[in-house]
Structures are given as C-alpha cells and as structure tokens.
Design a protein around this ligand. Structure first.
Ligand SMILES: Cc1ncc(COP(=O)(O)O)c(C=O)c1O
Length: 400
C-alpha cells in the first residue's frame, strides 16, 4: 500500500482520549477503575435546552441551515457577546461550527500559510499544536512555570516572536492549569500582538466556570486589538452540551469569510437541531449553569484538600475550568521517570485514570478532571495519594 499522508501520520491521537479509552477498557474487564481523564461535565443538559431540540425535531427543522448558522442563532450570539464580553459584531462576523474545537480549526485554516508560526502559552490544551500542524503552521510554545503559578508572561511572548509569527492562541480560563488571565496580563499580551500584528485566537470556552469570585475578561474588548481578535466559545462546557457539538466564533469579517469557506467545503452548517438547542440556551435563563459552577467549585476544593496533603506534591489552585494540574516530578525515580510512566503506574497499579502532563507540554505534571460525582472524585484522588505515597516509601526503602 502507498504511504499515507506524512502530515497526518505526524498528528497524535489526543492523549486525553487515549487515557479515557484505556481506563474504559480496564473497566470493561471488570476492574473498579476511577477515571479522572475526560473534560466533560457529568451533568444532564438542562431541560429548557433539550425541550427546544425536541420541538425542533417535531417541527421538521432537520435540513441544512445557512452555512454560517441560522439567523436567530447568529443574533443570539451577537447579543451574548455584547452583554457578557463587551464585544460588538454584525452577523457577517459570526460563524457557528460543530464545537469550539471546529471553530479553532477553521480559524487556523483561515489564518495560516505554510511555515507560519502560531504562539501559545504552555501548558496548553492538547489539541492546539496538532490543529496548527494540520493548518501547515508551526506551533511555538511559550512556557509558563509552576513556580510562577502558570501565569502568562508577555515579555516571554515577545522574545518568542520571529518574522514568521502570525498568531497567538490564548485560553483563559485555561485547560489544563485553571489559570484565569487578569485584565493586566491580557493588556500586556494585547500590546505585543498590536506591535507585531498578530492575530489572537481567544478560546473562552470555560468563561462561565470561574471560582473564588474570579472575573473573566475578553481580550477582544481591548480597543487596540479588536480588529485582530477571533473570540471562540461554545456550548459544551457551560451548558453540559458536549455531545451536541455547537461552538462559534466572532471576529474580523475577512477571517470569518475565509473560515466559513473552509467550513462550507468540509462540514457545511452545524447540526440544525443542536442550533435550536443552542438558541434556547443563549436566549432563556438557565439556572443550572450556576448550579454546575458551584458544584465544580466544591469538587475543586475537595480534590485540593486531598492533593495538598501529599508530601512533595506541587499544586496550583485552579481559578477556573474543570481541571487540576499538579506537579509530580518529585516522585520520579527508578520505576517512574515521566508523566506517561506515572499515568500508566496510577492506572495499572492503583486503578485511577489521569492524563500525563506531557500531552499539555509539561512532563512534570498530571491532569485530573473534576467532572465526575464527588464520591468518585475523592475516591480517585485518594488513590493518587496512595500511589504517590507508595513511591515515596519505595524511595525511602531503597535509600536505607
Ligand atoms: C480549551 C478547550 N477548547 C475547546 C474545547 C472543545 O470544545 P467543544 O466541545 O466545543 O469542541 C475543549 C474541550 O476539552 C477545550 O478544553
């Protein structure tokens, strides 16, 4: 058989999915595994949203819609952006896609020429580098560190810029670190992007999952860069709608036109019934959003309490999103030498599924999600604690 595409062969299967599948296959083999891998709210989609979808099916709203999305949904998104983010768009500046992931992909396809560099702070969401590669771009990571609480540093961003730099991706609240960028941090990034004429893709999918009274800011509201910013959002996380696959972006007309062209040739419009569900979510009160947020905050606190009681662990308290990203480098030794080894060790020996930090660009860390019931979460985190303490004990025994 002739060789398949070199470009696609170099893309990796998402490590989050890979470890979710590994944990699932152990479960299917009858082992009591607690999986803390998936970034998917465990709540049901709120009734007001499901009802709208049922009505859409009954009314035969089951055909193609305009490629960009239905007029009603575009208008609801415009209203949402104005009311919640201080962003002002006309309908030709919005594109509805099959998830925020699809929106980021379309935006990158619209922006990148072969060899264009796209900057991103690391640790970063698993999918960005491969999506950049699929657009023939080159991912350039700008490290943040646990010692600095994973805060973004605009000076380091500036230092990474070359004549090929074309765009920067921001993700606040961040998956995996839970960092929420302050207005000042966004301002400093905006100044660099303005000076070097970079597009900014701002992935704000976790904007409603905030803790400790943290506030979300949209960089697109900064007048200096408003013509360079593509703001991405979606229904998956805030509304527990991961399976419905609705995301969207707002940005400069030229970018949206090109991204819409890509979409028109690949998938066409996002699912018609799911668009009606998204319309209901954006235009009705959905009290469940706040209830889910509160529950995520309780879970974060419970997981933090257990993790921070482990000797030699490093943890930064997440300010948002649904993840805890913690440092386990101090436990590396003869048996476990990397985050991949550690994730395998915890899964196989202690029956808890986690994602190795290497998937996010930091091999000293692991990520867990708090998207399962409190009881499972605490059971899973206790297993991590046991696993890590066992490694410390092994090391002590080896030294005596
Ligand atoms: C940072 C980030 N962006 C986008 C997505 C994907 O969202 P969607 O389900 O809308 O495609 C995820 C999902 O994990 C994510 O973590």
């Amino acid at each position: 058989m002739r060789a398949l595409s070199q470009k696609v062969r170099e893309i990796r299967l998402s490590q989050t999915l890979a470890f979710t599948m590994k944990a699932r296959s152990l479960k299917e083999a009858g082992i009591d595994v607690v999986s803390l891998t998936a970034g998917e709210p465990d709540f049901a989609t709120p009734p007001v949203i499901k009802d709208a979808a049922v009505r859409a099916i009954a009314a035969d709203f089951t055909h193609y819609t305009p490629n960009q999305g239905t007029r009603e949904l575009l208008l609801a998104i415009i209203k949402k952006f104005e009311a919640e983010n201080g962003l002002y768009f006309s309908p030709e500046q919005i594109l509805v896609s099959s998830g925020a992931k699809h929106a980021v992909y379309n935006a990158l396809q619209a922006i990148c020429d072969p060899g264009d560099e796209v900057l991103l702070f690391s640790p970063h969401w698993v999918s960005y580098p491969d999506m950049i590669r699929l657009a023939d771009g080159v991912p350039v990571t700008v490290p943040t560190s646990m010692e600095e609480d994973f805060r973004p540093n605009a000076d380091r961003l500036r230092e990474a810029i070359t004549p090929r730099s074309k765009a920067v991706i921001l993700n606040s609240p961040s998956n995996p670190t839970g960092v929420v960028f302050t207005r000042e941090e966004l301002g400093a990034v905006a100044a660099v992007a303005r000076r070097h004429d970079l597009y900014i893709i701002s992935d704000e999918i976790y904007e409603k999952v905030l803790f400790d009274a943290c506030i979300h800011h949209s960089i697109g509201a900064d007048k200096r860069v408003q013509d360079q910013v593509i703001t991405v959002n979606g229904m998956s996380k805030a509304y527990a709608m991961t399976g419905w696959r609705i995301g969207y972006m707002g940005g400069p007309v030229a970018v949206i036109e090109e991204a819409a062209k890509v979409q028109s040739q690949v998938t066409s419009n996002a699912n018609s019934v799911a668009q009606m569900a998204a319309l209901a979510a954006l235009s009705s009160p959905v009290p469940e959003v706040e209830l889910m947020r509160r529950e995520f905050e309780h879970r974060r606190d419970a997981a933090m309490d257990i993790l921070s009681s482990i000797r030699e662990i490093e943890v930064v308290r997440p300010q948002g999103a649904m993840y805890l990203f913690f440092g386990v480098r101090n436990f590396y030794g003869a048996t476990v030498r990397s985050s991949m080894d550690m994730a395998l060790y915890l899964l196989e020996r202690h029956h808890v599924g986690v994602v190795p930090g290497s998937a996010f660009g930091d091999d000293g860390c692991l990520r867990i999600s708090f998207t399962c019931a409190m009881e499972d979460l605490t059971r899973g985190v206790e297993r991590i604690k046991r696993g890590l303490e066992e490694l410390l004990l092994e090391r002590t025994n080896a030294n005596v």
